[in-house]
Write a protein that binds this ligand. Sequence first.
Ligand SMILES: [Zn+2]
Length: 212
Amino acid sequence: MTLGQLLLEATKNEMPKGNIKGICVVCSNETEQGLPLKECVSDNFTGWSYFFSGNCMCPECAFLFSDQTFRRKSWVASLQEFRTFKNDEAQQILFSPPEPPFFVHIAKTGQKQTWLSCIHRVAHNPHKYFFSHEKYDVPILFERDKAETYIQIIAEAMQKGLSKTELTTGEFNTKTWQRAIEGGYRDFLRELTKFKGDILWEVMVDVYRKGD
Ligand SMILES: [Zn+2]
């Protein structure tokens, strides 16, 4: 199942149909009902680098471009439902996704369709699955155990007054180091630097909300 097929089921929409026989540039599948690209994407579309070689868009993928909600909002889709969500809910949704197959996308400014990297990454296991986040051009692997550990560490760090920026970059300002030395948790701070460049860590920092 591709992401387009899932979203069609989730939203209970009709699929757009064309009459081009060929290969879809988004999912690489063969189609007999392809639509011309210029009918699917606007002139200011910036996601060309995600596309494969082909000559049209299949109906399911064309559907992904027919509704701007998929780009503008954070959303979760399953065979039962499609719904958009506020990013305050992202943490809870990642840990309690709907019944598989499902997919989760987290938007920030609503500019980039980074789920394009996940066309063939519809999730089948709620403990280990791929999702997309607007800041990253690649599929992000959610591993529950790891994510739970990260959330605990993030909660502790934020309780100690660290900022999300410090946690994301792994670079701490002088005051933070001072407090850590005085508070006797310099090793804890040093440990945090090992998450630098870990996308799941960065996303967990982003979606973390106190009290969840
Ligand atoms: Zn396609």
